[in-house]
Design a protein around this ligand. Structure first.
Ligand SMILES: [Zn+2]
Length: 342
């Protein structure tokens, strides 16, 4: 099974919750970055999540086409094929999709899965995120409930966001405000609405001061206890089973203690984008600086084909990003937890 099926994906997140670890969920935008994630996860014997954002999908479709759904399909198709060569399981996920982009991104991707299911083929994506954090909670949940009903029929898990992640991702700026800390009341309201879709599985990105991007230490005030308080309120109202499966956004640059504390409170998926971008580019920069005379044709010289062949530095970038994935798996206590059986 190259990409986890629904039952296995559910088992993955149940095991993470019970075993107090989390899966690295890595944003990819190309074949090379997707391969880097597979390599890093396989070398960690950890399962994980490969995700595509709206901007990543548009990029992957090519700069003249810029079709976010098309690029996401291409990356997912590649992962379905390539992942079969690695001894781990991955789930395919799509990242932040605001209400205004649903018809351009999540809905066509769900339709693609529905076509595949009708033909007896596996789902294209295992889960999708709807990000309604820029609209009032009631409207956010109205849309989420409708989407969850459809996802449930198709054996897709839905991720939603309650609260606001600050900073900037893909040119989308989050506001900094009180909404950066999700309240127990918001969590209870979310459970009350989403639990009406019986048997459906969902993940919640509750915010505790998270910011996309990376900042110098001290700039970001994470309060993981916000998650603890929300989970306690859920447990009081709905029993232990009522606790959410949480997603940690904007985690790049976070202190290890904060990551571990968040896992204690029920984080099962941690999104990592910015740190991966840096790891990838770091290796490219190193190559360019060390091989300056090779990558450029200076003063009538011919440069070095070996140095400017994109495969040379992209292979280094793949390796560097894979190392960063391995570090993420260690920090999230996911090393050696794979459910893969040969
Ligand atoms: Zn995010």
């Amino acid at each position: 099974m190259p990409v986890a099926d629904y039952k296995t994906y559910c088992e993955m997140i149940d095991r993470a919750k019970a075993g107090k670890f989390a899966y690295p969920a890595i944003n990819v935008t190309s074949l090379t970055t997707a391969n880097a994630v597979l390599k890093g996860l396989a070398e960690s014997k950890s399962d994980g999540i490969i995700q595509v954002s709206t901007g990543g999908g548009a990029f992957a479709s090519g700069s003249s086409v810029k079709d976010m759904a098309l690029g996401a399909v291409s990356i997912a198709e590649h992962v379905h094929r390539a992942a079969a060569r690695y001894p781990i399981l991955v789930a395919l996920h799509t990242d932040h999709c605001q209400a205004k982009n649903l018809d351009k991104f999540v809905i066509p991707l769900i339709e693609e899965t529905e076509r595949r299911r009708a033909a007896g083929r596996p789902n294209l994506f295992n889960s999708h995120m709807f990000d309604g954090s820029d609209i009032p909670l009631k409207e956010n949940l109205d849309i989420a409930v409708k989407l969850l009903e459809r996802c449930h029929k198709d054996e897709i898990i839905l991720e939603i966001e309650v609260g606001v992640v600050g900073g900037e991702e893909d040119g989308v700026k989050g506001e900094s405000s009180a909404k950066m800390y999700t309240t127990p009341a918001d969590m209870l309201e979310t459970a009350g609405r989403l639990n009406t879709v019986k048997g459906a599985r969902y993940l919640v990105a509750a915010t505790f001061g998270n910011v996309h991007g990376v900042y110098k230490p001290g700039r970001v005030k994470l309060k993981p206890t916000v998650l603890r308080d929300g989970q306690q309120a859920l447990e009081k109202a709905h029993g232990k089973e009522g606790r959410f499966f949480l997603v940690f956004h904007g985690g790049s640059g976070s202190a290890l203690e904060e990551i571990h504390e968040a896992i204690e409170y029920g984080v099962v998926k941690m999104n990592i984008d910015t740190d991966m971008q840096y790891a990838f580019t770091r290796a490219v920069a190193d190559h360019m600086m060390k091989n300056y005379d090779g990558v450029l044709m200076i003063d009538g010289e011919m440069g070095s084909k070996k140095a400017y062949d994109p495969r040379s530095y992209l292979t280094l970038a793949e390796g560097s990003m894979a190392e960063r994935v391995k570090r993420a798996a260690r920090e999230l206590k996911a090393v050696g937890t794979t459910l893969y059986k040969a």
